[in-house]
Design a protein around this ligand. Structure first.
Ligand SMILES: Cc1cc2nc3c(=O)[nH]c(=O)nc-3n(C[C@H](O)[C@H](O)[C@H](O)COP(=O)(O)O)c2cc1C
Length: 310
């Protein structure tokens, strides 16, 4: 099935007919999960494959008695890592060395910083790991649909109880998502014949191009004829313009002069402002941008900057 046909065909199946999917189909879905992109390629989650009917029955009440749990062919449990252990880190390095022959220096730096952060802030790490699990989860749903296998994405379950049942804490895992795989029960699933409800494409996609922002800027300048010159500063966030991917504000020439020569501004500018790619922005905004390195008090080169702007 081509991708759009598969996505139109699939739906969150509410009733499954109990038929088994083939081993080949299961393999395609599992391999797709493994091929999903994750940050740094770390894959900080495991996927538990449940095919046993008795275990499915035990999971049923934990998943709000959603019948797909027992009527599916196989149940996948996406379980995020709760800790970035030494062993997991070493395994990552070993795999990288075995397959590529080396671990690139920048990657080591990133992994080590994730490792340090994970030690300091377990909650942050878990959230990050869960985000990666969601990516693989999405890929699994699409892969299943592409080969005519139905699935039901599920967050509706009690992760604490499921972790207890499967003793996931001992494995430093926590259940994050469920994905029953199987085939739709055409007679009993009320959703089978219902069309999809989605927002209009033009509503969900925001097209932002240089020409669009230029148009907006032109419009704004037309509306403010009295302001012949505008400058970009991060001092007062009154406007809502976008420049080099950062939100900035526009101010008139008198505002600039007040901005330059008022002593409190000189003081605060030296503390708050950073220069990034020729754009001035509030320090926190600049810090969020890893490319924003060079700190420079706004006042330091003000005359040159003023000339450039004018
Ligand atoms: C992360 C996630 C969690 C979901 N949890 C449940 C669930 O617990 N039970 C359920 O029946 N559907 C669940 N759904 C299905 C959504 O309700 C469904 O995808 C949505 O209504 C769109 O419909 P469609 O997938 O049929 O196109 C979940 C979907 C996602 C993506």
């Amino acid at each position: 099935m081509d991708i759009l046909t598969a996505l139109e065909w699939r739906y969150a199946t509410k009733a499954m007919n109990g038929k088994k999917i083939s081993q080949e189909q299961l393999d395609v879905i599992l391999k797709s999960i493994n091929l999903a992109p994750t940050s740094l390629g770390l894959q900080p989650f495991d996927v538990i494959l449940v095919s046993d009917d008795e275990l499915k029955r035990k999971i049923l009440p934990i998943a709000n008695n959603q019948k797909q749990i027992i009527d599916c062919s196989n149940l996948l449990i996406f379980a995020a890592w709760t800790e970035f252990t030494d062993e997991r880190k070493q395994r990552y390095y070993d795999d990288m060395k075995k397959i590529r022959g080396f671990v690139p220096e920048p990657l080591i730096n990133y992994i080590e910083s994730v490792y340090e952060n994970a030690r300091k802030n377990k909650e942050w790490f878990l959230q990050w790991a869960q985000k990666q699990a969601y990516i693989a989860f999405g890929v699994a749903i699409v892969a299943a649909a592409s080969i005519g296998v139905d699935s039901t994405p599920m967050e509706g379950f009690d992760p604490i109880k499921l972790d207890e049942l499967l003793q996931l804490n001992e494995k430093k895992l926590t259940s994050t998502l469920l994905l029953p795989l199987g085939f739709r029960d055409i007679e009993n699933d009320y959703l089978v014949k219902l069309p999809k409800v989605r927002r209009e494409l033009g509503d969900i996609i925001i097209k932002l191009a240089a020409s669009v922002t230029d148009d907006t800027t032109r419009q704004r300048n037309r509306n403010k004829k009295q302001k012949k010159q505008t400058i970009l500063t991060g001092y007062k966030r009154t406007g809502n313009d976008i420049h080099n991917g950062q939100r900035v504000s526009r101010h008139s020439l008198p505002t600039l002069l007040y901005f330059l020569f008022s002593p409190p501004h000189i003081f605060f500018n030296s503390i708050l402002c950073q220069r990034t790619n020729g754009t001035l922005a509030f320090a926190p905004t600049a810090q969020a941008n890893p490319q924003a390195k060079a700190k420079e008090p706004f006042f330091a080169n003000a005359p040159m900057r003023l000339l450039k702007i004018i």
